[in-house]
Write a protein that binds this ligand. Sequence first.
Ligand code: SF4
Ligand code: SF4
Length: 221
Amino acid sequence: MTARCRGMEDEAVCSFCRLKGALLCHIEPGQVGLFVISQIPYLGLALISLGFVGAATRTWWPMAAFAAVGLAFLGPVEMRFLCSHCPHYAREGRWLKCMAPNPFPKLFRPRPGPMKSHERIIIAAFAGFILSFPAFSLAGAIRSLPVQQQGLNPSLLLAAAVLEGALILSAVQFCYHLTRSFCRRCLNLSCPFNRVPATAALEYLKMSGETNDAGEEQSRN
Ligand code: SF4
Ligand code: SF4
């Protein structure tokens, strides 16, 4: 896992730390709520879009695939390939305690060292699927609608197009918010989406007892 600072267990250590507030070493009030709320527009619109696809084309496998991949990501995939490397994961207890609430208990042991290349690829692939699949499915349904429905009501097509636009905008908003509010402060320094400035990452690794070189390598490996 990314190195762990002693201040994560004993907050008194954090009092004079320059990184206090810059990194999400401890759960801050409102942070969990903000994390959840920021995802609701995209996930809500994704489910509405896939419901539209199912109702309009009588094809429900996209909804089932999205739900299955989303659950797999939230549970075993994210926990095994991403979170098990994170300092938060190494906290005591069966449940993950960080800004991203997870309904699953810890399923794997903590893994020392940064994420490996294949783990980053898996996480990026799942994230890419979750963020793009609903929009592609809806676009496919819009294209097939006139063929499937004789005398199609134009307002249905308009509604689908508006939904597609809102879905894409909400995906952009989701990524923007996640990157700005969380990825810039996240302790999982080897995550492919981590955006902690190099100086802060290095400082954190020094606080964790890492050497400069090892820290530099670990933070961005
Ligand atoms: S780096 Fe360590 S001491 Fe500084 S705020 Fe984070 S946990 Fe506390
Ligand atoms: S901060 Fe991110 S990587 Fe770390 S345990 Fe929480 S969800 Fe997983």
